[in-house]
Design a binder for this molecule. Structure first.
Ligand code: SAM
Length: 349
């Protein structure tokens, strides 16, 4: 996926073609403001206020306890980014905003935006330090209860749109019974997998701080004993031998070093039943020689900053599989999430 600048008229088109538009100024001046405007608007409840019928800048500002003039400026940005429409002196939400942002929408990414606003945004200031030292933040070691709570809700919001597609694509045999979801947090992937495969039960292995805050999110899904949490740490825990038909690691490999991933894949290989599958569900690091891909490359840098790690290539993941006597099996892409793949390996019979 690319972020492109679209001209509004033929003169702008020509200026872009002739390289007269200073695009780095857009990235350096406009994009940070746009990002922060969206995050603050979500966090302040601007979109819910508009949905509730507040249509003027003044009324929205009052509802959200914001300054009227500052709110008008924020609404200007949101309108130019097509989050809002302004007609007959009234702001309204676009369909896309209703679907992706409103708290009551089943697809909402609201909690991810709130986490990014309150927890992640200050981290970006540390990018220079990361670039100089290669040392990232390692937030799993330092979060307090409030941050764990915002984090787990954010991961839940981020996974909603992919979990159903993940389960639909799973190349699992219909009589599979046992799943292990390492770093599975809220459990969206386990829940959707168990809904698709009626004999399947899942254990979600995650850090204790995560489980404390993820438990109510999982409980909302009403899966009872079919999807349960187990506190632990995959880097230090042992797994039972030849037990699982499916082991999932979704968005966890990007927190670990090569050696840690290699070690974890060895444990996974041991705990799979013959014919069982492992899925690493991740953004894949694009090869610089291939077509540019913004999602994979920007998350790579982001995970470097947050975890002293990053995205991995399919070749690297296949290398871990082979070293643990697993066979590379399938590579499945997502229809609506660019740069993200299920890299599937299989334990031979
Ligand atoms: C980015 S979240 C991914 C959550 C979920 N799997 C998803 O795809 O939405 C990473 C999860 O891995 C957990 N985690 C991090 N280090 C872990 C470890 N050493 N052992 C088990 N879980 C870990 C975190 O607590 C968090 O819930």
């Amino acid at each position: 996926m690319q972020l492109r600048v679209f001209p509004d008229n033929i003169l702008e088109w020509l200026a872009l073609r002739l390289k007269l538009v200073p695009l780095p100024l857009l990235h350096a001046q406009i994009f940070p403001v746009v990002s922060k405007a969206v995050l603050e608007a979500v966090d302040a409840g601007i979109f819910e206020a508009i949905e509730a019928g507040h249509g003027s800048a003044e009324s929205i500002a009052t509802a959200c306890q914001l300054h009227p003039r500052a709110t008008e400026q924020l609404l200007g940005v949101l309108t130019s980014m097509r989050y809002l429409r302004f007609r007959r002196q009234t702001y309204r939400l676009t369909r896309s905003t209703r679907k992706w942002i409103l708290a009551q929408s089943p697809d909402t990414v609201r909690d991810l935006a709130i986490y990014n606003n309150r927890v992640v945004w200050p981290w970006l200031d540390q990018m220079g330090h990361y670039l100089r030292t290669g040392q990232g933040i390692q937030y799993h070691d330092s979060f307090g209860p409030d941050e764990w709570d915002l984090y787990q809700k954010a991961m839940n919001g981020g996974a909603i749109s992919e979990a159903r597609e993940f389960a639909r694509n799973l190349p699992l045999s219909a009589n599979a019974t046992r799943m292990l979801d390492i770093g599975g947090s809220h459990g969206q992937h386990s829940v959707e997998a168990c809904r698709r495969f009626p004999s399947l039960q899942s254990v979600i292995l995650d850090l204790p701080g995560a489980i404390e805050k993820a438990a109510p999110l999982l409980a909302r899904q009403g899966m009872g004993k079919r999807v349960v949490h187990q506190p632990g740490n995959i880097l230090s825990d042992q797994l039972p031998d030849a037990t699982y038909d499916l082991v999932l690691m979704s968005s966890l490999a990007h927190h670990f070093t090569t050696e840690q991933n290699q070690e974890v894949i060895h444990k996974i290989s041991q705990c799979l039943r013959p014919g069982g599958i492992v899925v690493i569900n991740e953004f894949i690091r694009p090869n610089p020689q291939d077509a540019p891909e913004l999602v994979g490359s920007s998350t790579d840098l982001f995970f470097g900053l947050t975890s002293t790690s990053g995205n991995w290539s399919v070749d690297e993941i296949h290398g871990w599989y082979r070293a643990a006597n697993l066979l590379p099996y399938k590579i499945l892409s997502y229809r609506a999430i660019p740069g993200r793949f299920q890299v599937v390996g299989r334990k031979p019979f």
